[in-house]
Ligand binder design. Structure first.
Ligand code: CMP
Length: 143
């Protein structure tokens, strides 16, 4: 079993797509083991996107990600990190294939609806950034 950090970004929340996007993860068989609605601060944004802070698009990215609440969650499942990345599609909604979440709902590079960890190290770091250990719940779904 693997865990990955997923953020439903401000565009997802403002467009009232939370339920539909979470439904796709549940339909796939991923388990939600932690979840909360939060407002990302500029400081948290800089920690989360540390590798992008010096890039030209960062100021716009920070303004976007702090503009409205996000849903932060930890999804668990077999090969969850790659499974979720594949479900999201390419970073840019314009390039993402039809059938992927971004391909179906986004036409933007920045407002691409969902963030997901891109590897095991990032998943561990990002889960710790958003959740205390006791907020991530261990349980075995019946199905
Ligand atoms: P995410 O998967 O959260 O990781 C970094 C984010 O930066 C990405 O999704 C986009 O929201 C944003 N991003 C990446 N590249 C660009 C870009 N060239 N211009 C604007 N935003 C970008």
């Amino acid at each position: 079993m693997q865990r990955t950090l997923v953020l439903l970004k401000p565009d997802c929340v403002e467009r009232r797509l939370i339920g539909r996007i979470i439904g796709r993860f549940e339909d796939k068989g991923l388990n939600i083991v932690a979840m909360k609605l939060i407002r990302i601060t500029p400081d948290l944004a800089k920690q989360h996107y540390a590798e992008h802070v010096s890039k030209p698009f960062y100021p716009g990215l920070e303004a976007f990600i702090t503009a409205a609440p996000v849903v932060a969650m930890v999804l668990e499942g077999l090969e969850a990190i790659q499974v979720v990345r594949d479900m999201l599609g390419a970073t840019s909604g314009l390039k993402a294939a039809a059938g992927t979440i971004r391909g179906d709902f986004s036409s933007s590079r920045q407002m691409n609806l969902v963030h997901a960890s891109d590897g095991p190290d990032a998943a561990s770091r990002e889960i710790d950034l958003y959740f205390q250990a006791e907020e991530v719940l261990d349980y075995a779904p019946v199905l």
